[in-house]
Design a protein around this ligand. Structure first.
Ligand SMILES: [Zn+2]
Length: 184
């Protein structure tokens, strides 16, 4: 995941608020702070975030702050259901899959760790993988779904048959593992 994706995930997590470069750098561990500055300037030019003078929600400083652009991450429309998707056992809804992944990870996190989880979904999954709470393979499938969803929502990459096939196969791998470990 690129720093741009991690910053977008963070801003999307708390979309009602705005944060300065310094707080984003600290929160997400993206160093040096200049790196955040560069990425946010670029995202602002692309229209993904809104960058202007304001008050940071975290440190209260009056400075350049960043927030997700109003239309920076729209709820994805329901994908058309092409013929091939009929074979897919589950209605493919990548947003719903991602939400479900977040819920499951929160449940796992609650059992494994005391501190609050990271505010970026990818950082969340990666930490659980490093802790060996989620096996590498299943963690990769979770990241695949989150990345598919991100390019769909942020970069407007169309969600066609192939993307649906990848998402639903990844989902099956995660779901099978999840159900298996619940039975234990
Ligand atoms: Zn701040």
């Amino acid at each position: 995941m690129s720093n741009a994706d991690i910053i977008l995930e963070f801003l999307e997590h708390d979309r009602a608020r705005q944060f300065c470069d310094g707080c984003i750098s600290k929160q997400l561990g993206i160093k040096p702070r200049q790196q955040v500055n560069q990425v946010c300037n670029k995202l602002s030019k692309q229209g993904a975030i809104h960058r202007a003078d304001g008050t940071c929600a975290r440190c209260g400083g009056s400075t350049k702050v960043n927030a997700l652009a109003a239309d920076g991450a729209v709820e994805p429309k329901k994908a058309r259901a092409p013929a091939r998707a009929a074979k897919v056992s589950q209605q493919v809804d990548v947003e719903r899959m991602r939400t479900e992944i977040v819920h499951r990870c929160q449940e796992l996190w609650g059992r494994a760790r005391k501190e609050a989880p990271p505010e970026s979904v990818s950082a969340f999954i990666t930490t659980l993988r490093e802790d060996k709470v989620i096996p590498r393979h299943q963690a990769n499938m979770m990241l695949t779904i989150c990345n598919l969803r991100n390019v769909y929502v942020w970069d407007r990459v169309p969600f066609g048959d192939r993307e649906m096939a990848v998402a639903s196969a990844a989902w099956e791998i995660i779901d099978e593992w999840w159900k298996g470990r619940r039975g234990k």
